[in-house]
Design a protein around this ligand. Structure first.
Ligand SMILES: Nc1nc2c(ncn2[C@@H]2O[C@H](COP(=O)(O)OP(=O)(O)OP(=O)(O)O)[C@@H](O)[C@H]2O)c(=O)[nH]1
Ligand SMILES: [Mg+2]
Length: 221
């Protein structure tokens, strides 16, 4: 982030202080870069599991009130954007209200709505995006992927959440560590890649973030 010196700057440093000065300057820049926060926006439709993902990435225990709140089912939960700093990393995850949330009035259908959303949550200032989806893929994710890559000129990774819920489509192998497991995962990846088309995701992550609650009678949900 603008810490790069020009070729002339480097020549000057070399002339004045020799190789040692150059190496020292390089080290200094590296240190500075480490201190620069990297803003990662977690974006996607309401109820897709964005807040759950942030809780997992930052290691919040299930009942820690400092982590982002999670919706009860598919209800709209997050209504304002909030930053979560990952200690000792410079990584800042931004939990955004879901697209499609009516409480937070976040719609992304028309270009005007896209611009409104982008301005409201300052998407121009974001360094990287995690595009979260629970439905494998649909038009909304396509719009978002296109917006991130074409309009904002940024990169993103695609996060497929609720893999456990894709059982109907892919069968039990989706959650069982058997021979079919890897094949099914590859299938899901290929499906996502195909649907993304030219808005290429840097990486595709498949996650199982089901919160397991132990009920009072001892049964797990
Ligand atoms: N089965 C299953 N449920 C999940 C998974 N990840 C999240 N959920 C559930 O999905 C619901 C919504 O999760 P949230 O993390 O609140 O979703 P969100 O994207 O932050 O929603 P908004 O804040 O409304 O945009 C909650 O009931 C979660 O427990 C998963 O991997 N598997
Ligand atoms: Mg949320």
């Amino acid at each position: 982030k603008n810490l790069q010196l020009t070729e002339d700057d480097w020549r000057k440093i070399l002339r004045q202080g020799g190789v040692k000065a150059v190496l020292e300057k390089k080290k200094e820049i590296k240190e500075q870069e480490k201190k620069q926060p990297v803003l990662i926006a977690v974006i996607g439709q309401t109820g897709s599991g964005k807040s759950t993902l942030i809780r997992r990435l930052l290691g919040y225990q299930p009942n820690d009130p400092n982590g982002p709140a999670i919706g009860k089912s598919v209800e709209e939960c997050t209504t304002t954007s909030k930053e979560y700093h990952k200690p000792d990393t410079g990584l800042v995850y931004i939990d955004l209200p879901g697209i499609g949330s009516t409480t937070a009035s976040c719609s992304f259908k028309s270009p005007t709505e896209q611009e409104e959303y982008a301005t409201r949550f300052r998407l121009q200032t974001i360094d990287y995006f995690l595009l979260v989806s629970q439905n494998k893929f649909n038009d909304q994710e396509n719009l978002l992927a296109e917006y991130i890559t074409q309009k904002l000129n940024k990169k993103f990774s695609f996060v497929q959440t609720k893999m456990d819920a894709l059982r109907e489509e892919y069968g039990n192998q989706i959650i069982e560590e058997n021979e079919g497991f890897q094949a099914v995962k590859n299938m899901v990846r290929t499906d996502i890649q195909n649907k993304l088309g030219r808005s290429n995701a840097e990486r595709i992550f498949l996650v199982f973030n089901r919160v397991i609650k132990v009920e009072q009678n001892g049964q797990q949900e």
